[in-house]
Design a binder for this molecule. Structure first.
Ligand SMILES: Nc1ncnc2c1ncn2[C@@H]1O[C@H](COP(=O)(O)OP(=O)(O)OP(=O)(O)O)[C@@H](O)[C@H]1O
Length: 366
C-alpha cells in the first residue's frame, strides 16, 4: 500500500484547447477512504482513469509509493477499479468471478477460498456463489463487480466510479455501510467517485470536491458543511444549499442593499487584516439562519414570502435586497410580513473563494 501523488497532473482531450482537468498537485494518503464529489462533466472519471493508468495525462507525473508510474499501464500499477456497470465473465460462476483476480496472481488455493468467502459474506453473496453470473439481476451483478474490486488484499488502492448507480436505493445504504466495514478491515486506499452528496458524506473519511477540472476544497464531511471554502461547496453540499446574497463592504461593514448585515472579518493571517471595500457575496446555510423576534447582528430583516412545512422542520423563504433567503427552522408559527433573521457561520466570498466571515456589528450584539 502506498500514497498516490499527483505532480502537476492535468489533462486535455483536445490538444490543449480545453482542460478536462487543470494541472493539480495532490496526494491521496495511504489507507484513507476518499469521496471524489462533483457534478457531471467536472473531470471525476478522467482523474480516476489517470490514477488507474487507463489514461495517460497530457501533463504531469503520477507517483505510486514514490515510484513514477505515469507511463505504466493498469496491470503494472496494482490498483483495482470498479466501474458504474458490471464488468464480469458472464459464463463463470460468482465464485470464479470473485476468485479470478486472485488466481490470476497465483494466490494459494486456500487463500483464494478464504478471501472469496469473506468478501461474499460481507456483500451478501454467499447463497449465489455457485450461480452463473449472467443469471443474476444487474444489481447483484454489480455487487459481484464490487467484490472483484475488493477481493485482493494487497492492492495499493481501490477506485470506485459511481459503483452503486444500478443498485436499488434501499440496498445502496446497506452496501455503503458494507464498504465502510470492508475498508476498516482491509485499510485499502479507497477513492469513491460520486455526484451524490449523501453518498459522499456518509461514506468518506475525506471528501474532495471537484469543479471544472479543479479541486476546490477537501476535508472531513463536517468541515465541508460547517466551513465551506468556496461558494460551490456551499451550493453543492447541503439541502437546500447555502444562501448567497449580493453584498458590498464599505469601511469594514457588510451591507446588503443599503442595510448593514454585519462586520467583515478577513480570513487567515495576519489577524485583524481588513477586507478592501467593494462587492462581496455573503453565504450562510439555511441551518444557520435563525428567525428572531427583534433585529440581531449579524443578520438582516427581510420580507417573508412563504413557508414550506417539511414535517421535521420548516423552510422559511424570504426576499432580501441582495437575493432570496431560506431559513431551516423548527416547526412552529412563523409571522407573515417582515421577518428578522440572525446569522451564525456566515461567510464572505470573492471570485467564489472565501475571503472572510461576518461578525456582529459593535453595539448590536446580544
Ligand atoms: N474520451 C473523451 N473525449 C473527449 N472529451 C471527453 C472524453 N471523456 C470526457 N471528456 C470530457 O471531459 C470532461 C470531463 O469528463 P469526465 O467524464 O471526466 O467527467 P465526470 O465528472 O466523470 O462526469 P460524469 O459524472 O458525467 O461521468 C467533460 O467535459 C467531458 O465531456
Amino acid at each position: 500500500m502506498a500514497d498516490i501523488h499527483l505532480d502537476e497532473v492535468g489533462h486535455s482531450y483536445d490538444g490543449g484547447r480545453t482542460h478536462a482537468l487543470a494541472p493539480m498537485t495532490w496526494t491521496w494518503s495511504d489507507g484513507r477512504a476518499y469521496a471524489l464529489l462533483g457534478p457531471s462533466g467536472c473531470g471525476k472519471t478522467t482523474l480516476l482513469n489517470i490514477i488507474s493508468g487507463l489514461l495517460t495525462p497530457s501533463a504531469g507525473r503520477v507517483h505510486l509509493g514514490g515510484r513514477d508510474v505515469t507511463g505504466i499501464p493498469p496491470a503494472g500499477r496494482n490498483i483495482a477499479q470498479v466501474f458504474q456497470f458490471p464488468v464480469l465473465y458472464e459464463e463463470m460462476s460468482v465464485y470464479d468471478n470473485l476468485a479470478f483476480p486472485l488466481r490470476n496472481r497465483r494466490y494459494p488455493k486456500a487463500e483464494v477460498d478464504q478471501r472469496v468467502r469473506t468478501v461474499a459474506r460481507l456483500l451478501g453473496l454467499e447463497e449465489v456463489l455457485g450461480r452463473r453470473s449472467r443469471r443474476l439481476d444487474p444489481g447483484r451483478q454489480q455487487i459481484v463487480s464490487l467484490g472483484r474490486g475488493l477481493v485482493r488484499p494487497e492492492v495499493a488502492a481501490v477506485l470506485l466510479d459511481e459503483p452503486l448507480t444500478v443498485i436499488d436505493p434501499a440496498l445502496k445504504w446497506t452496501l455503503r455501510s458494507k464498504l465502510k466495514e470492508i475498508h476498516r478491515d482491509t485499510r485499502h486506499t479507497l477513492i469513491y467517485v460520486t455526484h451524490d452528496q449523501t453518498e459522499a458524506l456518509t461514506f468518506a473519511d475525506e471528501v474532495v470536491v471537484l469543479k471544472d477540472g479543479a479541486i476546490v476544497q477537501s476535508g472531513e464531511p463536517a468541515e465541508l458543511f460547517l466551513s465551506p471554502a468556496h461558494e460551490f461547496v456551499g451550493h453543492f453540499i447541503g439541502s437546500p444549499g447555502m444562501n448567497v446574497l449580493d453584498a458590498a463592504i464599505e469601511r469594514g461593514v457588510v451591507r446588503v442593499g443599503g442595510t448593514p448585515a454585519g462586520l467583515a472579518v478577513a480570513d487567515g493571517a495576519p489577524a485583524g487584516r481588513t477586507l478592501s471595500d467593494g462587492p462581496v457575496r455573503l453565504g450562510v446555510r439555511p441551518e444557520f439562519v435563525r428567525v428572531v423576534p427583534v433585529p440581531r447582528s449579524p443578520g438582516l430583516s427581510a420580507q417573508v414570502t412563504g413557508v414550506d412545512r417539511m414535517g421535521s422542520h420548516h423552510l422559511v423563504h424570504a426576499r432580501a435586497e441582495g437575493g432570496t433567503l431560506v431559513a431551516k427552522t423548527e416547526p412552529g408559527g412563523v409571522a407573515e410580513g417582515t421577518g428578522h433573521f440572525h446569522f451564525e457561520r456566515a461567510y464572505l466570498f470573492r471570485d467564489e473563494v472565501r475571503c472572510g466571515t461576518l461578525a456582529a456589528l459593535e453595539g448590536t450584539a446580544p
